[in-house]
Design a protein around this ligand. Structure first.
Ligand SMILES: Nc1ncnc2c1ncn2[C@@H]1O[C@H](COP(=O)(O)OP(=O)(O)OP(=O)(O)O)[C@@H](O)[C@H]1O
Length: 252
């Protein structure tokens, strides 16, 4: 039987401002199997980040449910929410901005470990190990964000996300700000983590070609609604909607 680690069931998000309301995500469902990568693709404003924010509780869900390992986490709070944060981590587009410029990368990566009560020596050992898992030597722990390249900083951001031993990584345009060669290297790192450590991924991006190379399943969003959901080959070879055909044409 499939080991479904994350399931979204008829998710909906309506933003209300004053008398106006706008539906950013409308009846979106998907399943993520353990060790699998789901790509969420769509143009700007189609609702991709809002889905990620609902999964990580940065935005409340208007309707629908989210299940983590079979448990309904849609409205959890307190201790269960902290556990959810630990199981699901996010990596964002601008790694430099996600680190405090006054602190070393090692401080940033180790922050959550220290918050968990782990002592300085053990934290340092774990930080060095995390850096090495992400393809950086341990000396990078003592560098400040401005002393590394964008790609190195994104590796450090992935190391920081891995510090709490999550089971799911949500990468929201995590390679978009990097040049093509570095993008490829970061994706190779993600593939390595997926294969060696059986991590599960949600990869949010604009780029269908990238999703095709990396993802097991793809969900294409248009104005908050699912227009395609299937394997990359299915979607690329048999697109159901004109919108997807345009997306495909734009990368071929
Ligand atoms: N806090 C908010 N309040 C009101 N509207 C919002 C809020 N956050 C997002 N939206 C709107 O919801 C829609 C979906 O936004 P979202 O950020 O999820 O899109 P996206 O597909 O991730 O776009 P991008 O690729 O540009 O990051 C957009 O129209 C956006 O303006």
């Amino acid at each position: 039987m499939a080991d479904i680690i994350l399931k979204a069931d008829h998710l909906k998000k309506v933003f209300i401002s004053g008398k106006k309301s706008m539906t950013a995500v409308d009846d979106v469902s998907f399943e993520l199997e353990r060790g699998e990568c789901l790509g969420i693709v769509g143009e700007s404003g189609s609702g991709k980040s809002t889905i990620a924010k609902m999964i990580t509780h940065l935005e409340p869900v208007t309707d629908g449910q989210i299940f983590l390992k079979g448990k309904d986490i849609t409205h959890v709070g307190g201790k269960s929410l902290r556990k959810t944060y630990q199981d699901i981590q996010m990596v964002f587009q601008m790694p430099m901005e996600s680190f405090d410029p006054r602190c070393t990368l090692g401080d940033g990566i180790g922050e959550s470990l220290r918050n968990m009560g782990i002592n300085r020596t053990e934290t340092r050992t774990r930080v060095e190990n995390l850096l090495e898992r992400c393809g950086l030597s341990k000396e990078y722990a003592d560098r400040y964000p401005h002393q590394v390249s964008g790609g190195q900083c994104q590796r450090a951001a992935i190391a920081r996300a891995l510090a709490v031993s999550p089971e799911i990584l949500i990468c929201d345009e995590a390679t978009s700000a990097l040049d093509v060669t570095v993008q490829k290297q970061i994706l190779e790192l993600l593939i390595e983590l997926k294969e060696k450590e059986n991590l599960s991924f949600i990869l949010i991006c604009h780029d269908l070609a990238l999703v095709q190379a990396f993802c097991d399943k793809v969900l294409v969003l248009y104005h908050g609604k699912t227009v395609e959901y299937g394997t990359p080959d299915d979607i690329i070879n048999h697109p159901k909607m004109d919108y997807t055909k345009k997306l495909i044409d734009s990368v071929l």
